[in-house]
Design a protein around this ligand. Structure first.
Ligand code: GLU
Length: 470
């Protein structure tokens, strides 16, 4: 069966202006399930809200998915453009008596809802059973689904387990509004059917819709796809993820300096697990991911874990790419780097990559590389530079000038032997040297700091302080 009917999953976002992290995880689970089964992952933009569905809002979604590396198969489908297909399905239902025009509005509608509630079921319009005249049809009306009055609708949800809804609790939902615009439930099932979607993996806020959609599939005589409703992502405190928890949109995570592969790995682990594995490659994720292993309970965003995962991928990242990303952080912060700073960054990034959990932290840690000579030395650091210390630094300059290999290890050895020769502890050398080299900015241990700056910059920064003496 599976070879005849390959898995097709989909992500069906409405363009709201951002790609929410919960939506990104939904997309990821769809993507991984398609990869796992050798199926397809397709994208449908649900752009029926014409005001919000601007080109820019659509682009945010495409960019967010592309940044995350969740490439979809084929061209995206745009829902609004498919109105004719949606209306054709309604025509079929009308022709088969499975839908009906309804003129219920205003007070009458409110009264019908009250009556339905009193009778213990959801809304059924009196127009279900009334004769339709040509004269009526000329007046504005909606088209409603003729839902079953009795029985149950059962969903075998791959995450939530079996879910049963009583049909009497599902109203005769509107399929076409009075202006002829299709409603969400109708559009979704027509599109999912025609796009060949076999597995609908989405947020559990749509669980109730799954029952309504099942009834529509059945009415149209179409196979019902498998459903998997995944829980929302909650904040660290267990509440629904909101602004007070910090970032929510994929773009914000990018701006905060998270790498796409780190976010992919972290989001995959959020609500799904493979044993105790926290860190895994994309291939492993695709090999291991099964929708049936996704937890039912809400997943909590854990910043410490995310930072841990991100730090891991920063360490793994290619040096040139990392240097480029740090440069981008600086540009975003309006701290453009000159040619010499860029050269130092590209040369030093390999020594710096374990210094930040995010690209922003890493950029902060690299700031000492970008200082312009003469380096401005903070007041507190300047007080370390007594006459005695400056004389010692002048001797250190001579010693460093003789250092041939200029690696962190050889520099460490050279610094230690210099301290021994001077009969002082490193405490007399490290702090003033840092003051001279970094002006008080954060920097790694001294050997690495020297190696990262490079010989000529180190000697130059020392000369800027020492030259008044000579
Ligand atoms: N467009 C809907 C949303 O963004 C999702 C529809 C679906 O997945 O069925 O919530």
């Amino acid at each position: 069966m599976s070879s005849v009917n390959p898995v097709v999953t989909r992500f069906a976002p409405s363009p709201t202006g951002s790609l929410h992290i919960g939506g990104a995880r939904t997309a990821l689970f769809n993507y991984l399930y398609a990869k796992h089964t050798g199926g397809k992952f397709v994208l449908r933009i649900e752009d029926t809200d014409r005001e919000r569905s601007t080109e820019a809002n659509v682009q945010v979604i495409l960019d967010g998915l592309t940044w995350l590396g969740l490439t979809w198969d084929g061209e995206p489908t745009f829902q609004y453009a498919r109105g004719e297909r949606h209306r054709a399905a309604v025509d079929q239902l009308l022709a088969e008596g499975k839908a009906y025009p309804c003129w219920l509005a205003g007070d009458e509608l409110a009264a019908a809802k009250d009556a339905a509630r009193a009778a213990g079921h959801a809304l059924r319009s009196p127009w279900r059973d009334r004769e339709v005249t040509a004269e009526n049809l000329a007046r504005p009306h909606v088209i409603r689904f003729r839902g079953p009055l009795n029985g149950d609708t059962r969903i075998q949800d791959l995450v939530q387990g079996p879910v049963t809804l009583r049909n009497r609790e599902l109203d005769d939902l509107i399929l076409l509004r009075s202006d002829g615009v299709p409603t969400y439930n109708l559009a979704v099932i027509v599109d999912d059917h025609e796009m060949g979607v076999t597995h609908v993996i989405r947020g559990d806020d749509h669980l109730n819709n799954a029952a309504r959609q099942t009834l529509l599939y059945q009415a149209l005589g179409w196979p019902v796809p498998a459903f998997a409703h995944i829980s929302m992502i909650h904040g660290p405190d267990g509440g629904k993820l909101s602004k007070r928890h910090g970032a929510q949109a994929v773009g914000e995570f990018a701006d905060m300096g998270y790498l796409p592969e780190a976010l992919r790995n972290y989001l995959a682990r959020l609500g799904w697990s493979h044993g105790d594995d926290e860190l895994f490659s994309d291939q492993q994720a695709a090999d291991w991911f099964d929708i049936a292993d996704v937890n039912k309970g809400a997943a909590r965003l854990d910043w410490d874990k995310l930072n841990h995962v991100n730090a891991h991928y920063i360490r793994l990242a290619d040096d040139d790419r990392l240097a480029r990303l740090v440069t981008e952080v600086c540009l975003r912060r309006n701290e453009p780097l000159d040619e010499a700073s860029l050269q130092r960054l590209y040369g030093a990034i390999g020594l710096m990559k374990d210094r930040g959990k995010t690209l922003v932290e890493l950029a902060d840690q690299c700031a000492f590389l970008f200082l312009q000579r003469p380096v401005t030395i903070e007041e507190k650091a300047r007080s370390l530079l007594t006459a005695e210390t400056l004389e010692r630094l002048a001797r250190l300059r001579t010693a460093l000038d003789q250092e041939a290999s200029w690696s962190p290890e050889s520099l460490d050895i050279r610094l230690k032997s210099f301290a021994e020769a001077e009969a002082v502890g490193m405490g007399k050398i490290g702090p003033p040297m840092r003051a001279v080299l970094t002006g008080g900015q954060p920097s790694p241990d001294l050997g690495r700091t020297l190696a990262a700056l490079g010989r000529s910059e180190v000697l130059g920064r020392m000369d800027d302080v020492l030259s008044p003496l000579s």
